[in-house]
Design a protein around this ligand. Structure first.
Ligand SMILES: Nc1ncnc2c1ncn2[C@@H]1O[C@H](COP(=O)(O)OP(=O)(O)OP(=O)(O)O)[C@@H](O)[C@H]1O
Length: 234
């Protein structure tokens, strides 16, 4: 579905990504791992056209999206749950979910709509009339996920899926990811909780100083605990 080959990008003169290659197959859940500042968010911003790639190729369903702006990329069926959630303070929960509704993936059998998001996250139904800035961190994260889902994306990307959330809310978000995986949703997820990600992801990619230093299955990651201390600080 997504094919990135030898990507380079960064901020002005400061290069952050060095020849990063990443493939995501349809229906796969891929976890992007690495310590703080290793380039995970930069890679996601590059995939979404938020910062330009300076070298490499980037295709989505066989079509080059290098140089495309974020809106055009989103319309192809990529949706992001950004770090920091970025809910709008002046929109209600329901308005967030109706404003972003779209049908970008014809393969989704039961398309996501406001009602389905409320079934996934009953808390959001209770808060339907609350403004974005009246929500707890966990509710904002649920809303950010719901807002991405109602676009019916082909690829869902979660940057820092559970950062700053209480343990019970974290578990709720992970269960949501597990249900999405069962439904066949393709997902790229960043999260610090490697142990938990091993149960959720098919494949793991480790970034170190802007380069891919390892990738493999959950079983392979589980078997190579030296990677954890070396690259993940666990
Ligand atoms: N807007 C920016 N301008 C300049 N440099 C930046 C900017 N954003 C990030 N960087 C730098 O790029 C490098 C990679 O940061 P990035 O945010 O991609 O890392 P990360 O792996 O997502 O870590 P974190 O978990 O801390 O977000 C870091 O050295 C960071 O200081």
């Amino acid at each position: 579905m997504l094919h990135a080959h030898q990507l380079q990008s960064g901020y002005g003169l400061s290069q952050v990504l060095f020849n990063v290659s990443l493939d995501i197959q349809r229906g796969e859940v891929v976890a992007l791992l690495g310590r703080n500042g290793m380039g995970k968010s930069t890679l996601i911003k590059t995939l979404f056209g938020q910062i330009p790639l300076t070298a490499g190729t980037l295709t989505f369903e066989g079509q080059s999206i290098a140089g495309w702006d974020s809106d055009r990329i989103a319309r192809l069926g990529l949706a992001i749950v950004p770090e920091g959630r970025q809910c709008f303070p002046n929109l209600t929960v329901r308005e967030h979910l109706t404003a972003f509704a779209a049908h970008r993936n014809p393969e989704i059998r039961t398309p996501w709509d406001v009602e389905r998001v409320f079934e996934m996250f009953p808390r959001l139904r209770e808060r339907a009339r609350n403004m974005g800035n009246q929500l707890s961190g966990g509710e904002q994260q649920m809303l950010a996920i719901g807002r991405a889902l109602v676009t019916n994306p082909k690829l869902l990307v979660l940057d820092e899926a559970t950062e700053g959330l209480a343990p019970l809310v974290r578990e709720e978000i992970w269960q949501c990811i597990a249900r999405l995986r069962e439904s066949g949703q393709t997902i790229l997820v960043i999260d610090k909780y490697v142990e938990r990600l091993m149960k959720l992801a098919d494949r793991h990619v480790i970034l170190e100083r802007g380069a891919v230093v390892w990738q493999g299955s959950s079983a392979e990651l589980d078997a190579q605990r030296s990677l954890w201390t070396r690259y993940l600080g666990v």
